[in-house]
Design a protein around this ligand. Structure first.
Ligand code: BGC
Length: 401
């Protein structure tokens, strides 16, 4: 890509390679180019950044980081502690981020009194997507409770369809599981579960209930073991082969990129038990400290990412919602509007994703996902044994904090 008029080209590492993710990034790149910032794409495919983070880490260790990278949540604060990211305090002050952005967003990008990344959008993890035409054909009500889900599953099975698009990929299992933790355990317990210091919370019966629910959910399709990228599951829903899909709302962005419309072609509900709650994962770009001096260009990029037009263009494609409180929600589709309004509602429960690094560090989240994966794969493992394993993992993590 040619360097833009002023400044140099910035290398940006991220993992947005699916149709919806790509569309969102392309919108950013176009708008940035118009404003003189050139973005050189360094994308590493793989859902939830499992591969991208490995590549990024090895480059950082080799002393050759990218200029900018999607580093989020706990990983972001850990990297800030290591002095790997540039503070953006001046940019945040000039852009009046404090006044314009959701408190939860500011909290995620602030660490030890510094702003350490530019926020892009807020994803809602507790999202259940369903196929509207199938719902109409089978005369089903919106899936609001687990009973509704069970009824829908029975009708879908009878019609020869897969009830729930599903993958045993560890991060996807962990993503579904945390929505169940919130639904079955409630927001107070979930908040404790997400804070590693309170490892005892993982002994709560709510965790056991969530594990039982996880096995039940996976059993809705019968015994077949499927391990596939999240985009394949989204495709099953899009084509009406599967009726439902529990996934972060980047899946909504994907369906939109393929031409499906929220509210018409697919519906979105909160995962049962989580209506009115927001289980969030906030995407952020960190400006990495490198050998080449790029600070001015990095600042400029951070500044532009926060602006309202850029926020809307990107998030309307990504499935996430703008990080700003001053946008018009009428400009969002109905899935996104509910997400944004939940964030905006005073007193609503807003909980950090464990599976997407908002609260757990990289190795803890991986260990949790591996334990859940084993639970799903091996029917001999009881929910009680798995709960004990989760307790051990979190207890270990709490010890090294
Ligand atoms: C990221 C999203 C991304 C999703 C699937 C999540 O961890 O926050 O931006 O679309 O993974 O790759």
């Amino acid at each position: 890509m040619a360097a833009a008029a002023h400044g140099q080209t910035l290398d940006v590492l991220h993992w947005w390679t699916s149709a919806g993710e790509r569309r969102a990034v392309d919108r950013l790149v176009q708008q940035l180019e118009r404003q003189g910032v050139a973005w050189n794409d360094a994308a590493i495919p793989g859902g939830a950044g499992v591969a991208a983070m490995k590549v990024l880490k090895s480059r950082v260790l080799a002393g050759d980081p990218r200029d900018v990278a999607q580093v989020i949540g706990r990983t972001l604060t850990d990297w800030a502690d290591l002095g790997l990211v540039l503070p953006l305090d001046d940019v945040a002050q000039r852009g009046r981020w404090k006044q314009a952005m959701f408190p939860v967003v500011l909290q995620v990008v602030s660490h030890r009194h510094h702003v350490i990344a530019a926020p892009l959008g807020v994803h809602r993890i507790n999202t259940l997507l369903y196929h509207q035409a199938l719902w109409a054909r089978l005369k089903l009500g919106a899936p609001r409770t687990w009973d509704d889900v069970e009824q829908a599953a029975t009708a879908l099975r009878k019609a020869g369809l897969t009830p729930l698009a599903w993958s045993d990929e560890p991060w996807q299992v962990a993503t579904v599981f945390e929505t169940l933790l919130l639904g079955e355990g409630g927001p107070t317990l979930y908040a404790e579960l997400a804070s590693a210091q309170r490892w005892q919370a993982w002994q709560n019966p709510g965790v056991l209930k969530a594990l039982v629910r996880l096995r039940w959910l996976r059993g809705l399709n019968g015994d077949a073991a499927v391990e596939q990228p999240w985009t394949h599951s989204a495709r099953q829903l899009y084509q009406g082969q599967a009726g439902m899909f529990i996934m972060g709302d980047w899946a909504s962005g994907e369906l939109k990129a393929w031409g499906a419309q929220p509210g018409t072609d697919f519906g979105c509900a909160a995962v049962p038990g989580t209506a009115g709650m927001h289980l969030y994962s906030i995407d952020t770009l960190a400006m990495l400290v490198g050998k080449k001096r790029r600070d001015a260009d990095q600042d400029r990029l951070a500044e532009l990412l926060g602006q309202p037009a850029m926020q809307l263009a990107y998030n309307q494609a990504k499935g996430s919602v703008p990080v700003r409180t001053d946008i018009d929600p009428a400009q969002l589709d109905e899935c996104a509007r509910d997400s944004w309004q939940t964030l905006a509602r005073p007193g609503s429960s807003q909980l950090p994703s464990i599976a997407h690094r908002m609260s757990a560090d990289e190795s803890t989240k991986d260990a949790l996902a591996a334990a859940l994966h084993r639970f799903i794969k091996n029917r001999e493992l009881t929910p009680e044994q798995t709960q004990a394993r989760l307790v051990t993992i979190i207890r270990g993590a709490a010890r090294i904090q």
